[in-house]
Every structure is written in structure tokens, then in C-alpha cells.
Design a protein around this ligand. Structure first.
Ligand code: 0L1
Ligand code: MG
Length: 257
């Protein structure tokens, strides 16, 4: 097993067992490049796919200033969404299956056409079947939720779960939709989709470019999460988490111990 394979196994095992690990850049991976980190991510997800969880899309990250400030990492990044990460709208998750999960409000695209390469916002929009309010559950496998860009990319960009709300045709202006994320009816995060690169469609444009770099075109039927519109909020047992987005409606899940 070479170094890349070894780190892929480490991050995969950590995610599967909900076990915190040391940053790989501090455990023999100091010289890893960002390209190496994406290869570790690819191989770790390949292990998951071999266990039966197929790909359902891509998540984008660090597409808003609030996230960049919260985590101190300024490069946009991406991760792979697999079917075992889907949380049903109105469903529940158990903290026992995570290390230290957080939630962030997002908007998600459902694709009707394959998309890859350098595309304009209009070409990206033309590939969209529907949009929905969504929440991502992020759960860095690293102790104290601390990482470098290389660490977080290797760890599937902290992605752990996601929940999508009601789907709408994309002929709505979704450039600046207000949103409120609350725990048990108490607002915790307030923001707007405009925080995502000025317009969330730009996140899909970037996703198409990343997909080309990875040699993995975005596929019709896949979902693309646009990235957190606000900082992320730690999840606690007993929370009923709901996000209401202007025009697009509500999405929710509950958290048990
Ligand atoms: O949507 C996002 O911006 C998530 C970035 C993932 C990295 C993290 O904050 O752990
Ligand atoms: Mg996110």
C-alpha cells in the first residue's frame, strides 16, 4: 500500500467509524499537494462505492466569505456526494454516527444534462432541472475540526450528509433569497443565497470546471450543493433543525443522541 492509499484508508475508516483522527499533514503527510489530497479523496470514496454506495453528486465548499472566515481556508474546494449521505427531509440523524457535526444552509441543483468544462452561467443554468433549499451536515474527521486545505480535501471536504427540500423549476430568480436556519424554532443563522459567490449559479459554473479537472463530468440526475451561505452551526442532541428559504420553502431534520 503506498502513502496515498494508506491515507485514503485512514480517512475512510475515520468517517465510517465516526472516529476523530490527527491531521494527515501532521502525521506523515507534510509534503502532500492539493492534487494528492484529491487523489486521497477519490480513493477513499472509491472504497465506499465498492461497499455499495453510488455517487449522487458533488458538493462545493468555501463559496462564501462567511465560511472562509469561519474555517480560515480561502480556496474553493469540492467533495463527492454518495447515496448513503442522503438524509430524508423531516428525518433524523444520530450524533453517534458523527464526530462533531455541524450544519450549514445551502441551495442545491438537480441536473437534467451532463455538465463539464468551462461554461457560462447561462449554460450552467440550462443544465439544471430543479433547485431546492438544502442543508449540508459537515463533520470534519480531524480533531477539533482543525485542518489545512490538503487535510480537508482528503477528508471529502468535510462532507457527511445532506438533506434537500421541495424542488422547484429553476426559472425563479434565486440570486438573493433570504434564509433562516433555526433550532427548535429559535433562529441560529440568517443569510442570503447572494452570499454564495454573489449568485449560486457561479458555484455550478465552478463545479463544472472542477469536474473537468477531475475527469469526472457532472451527470444528468446528479445533485450539486452550492456551498454554505453562512458559517456552520454545531449540531446538538434534541435539536429540530429547520431552514426556511424565501420562495423555495422549508427543509428540516432532527438530531438524536
Ligand atoms: O459548504 C461549505 O462551504 C463547506 C466547506 C467544507 C469544509 C468545512 O467547513 O469543514
Ligand atoms: Mg457545505
Amino acid at each position: 500500500m503506498n502513502k496515498i492509499q494508506r491515507f485514503a484508508a485512514i480517512v475512510d475508516d475515520a468517517a465510517r467509524q465516526a472516529q476523530a483522527i490527527s491531521q494527515i499533514t501532521q502525521s506523515g503527510g507534510a509534503k502532500l499537494s492539493v492534487e494528492d489530497a484529491y487523489e486521497i479523496q477519490r480513493q477513499s470514496i472509491e472504497r465506499r462505492v465498492k461497499r455499495g454506495a453510488h455517487r449522487v453528486g458533488m458538493k462545493m465548499g468555501f463559496t462564501s466569505r462567511a465560511k472562509i472566515i469561519q474555517m480560515g481556508v480561502s480556496d474553493m474546494l469540492w467533495g463527492r456526494l454518495t447515496v448513503d449521505m442522503v438524509v430524508e427531509d423531516g428525518g433524523s440523524i444520530s450524533l453517534a454516527n458523527f464526530v462533531h457535526p455541524r450544519v450549514e444552509p445551502e441551495i442545491v441543483f438537480l441536473l437534467k444534462k451532463d455538465l463539464v468544462g468551462t461554461v457560462t452561467p447561462l449554460q450552467a443554468l440550462d443544465a439544471v432541472e430543479a433547485i431546492a433549499p438544502a442543508m449540508e451536515i459537515i463533520d470534519s474527521r480531524y480533531e477539533n475540526f482543525k485542518f489545512t486545505l490538503v487535510d480537508v480535501v482528503a477528508d471529502n471536504s468535510s462532507s457527511s450528509g445532506f438533506v434537500t427540500g421541495p424542488w422547484h423549476r429553476p426559472d425563479i430568480d434565486f440570486s438573493n433569497l433570504g434564509l433562516v436556519l433555526s433550532f427548535n424554532g429559535q433562529p441560529r443563522l440568517i443569510g442570503s443565497t447572494a452570499a454564495i459567490l454573489g449568485h449560486p449559479i457561479r458555484s455550478l459554473v465552478s463545479a463544472a470546471r472542477f469536474a473537468q479537472e477531475a475527469g469526472e463530468p457532472l451527470k444528468a440526475g446528479w445533485m450539486v450543493m452550492a456551498g454554505g451561505a453562512t458559517a456552520a452551526e454545531p449540531l446538538v442532541a434534541g435539536a429540530h433543525v429547520e431552514m426556511e428559504m424565501q420562495t423555495l420553502g422549508r427543509v428540516a431534520f432532527s438530531v438524536t443522541a
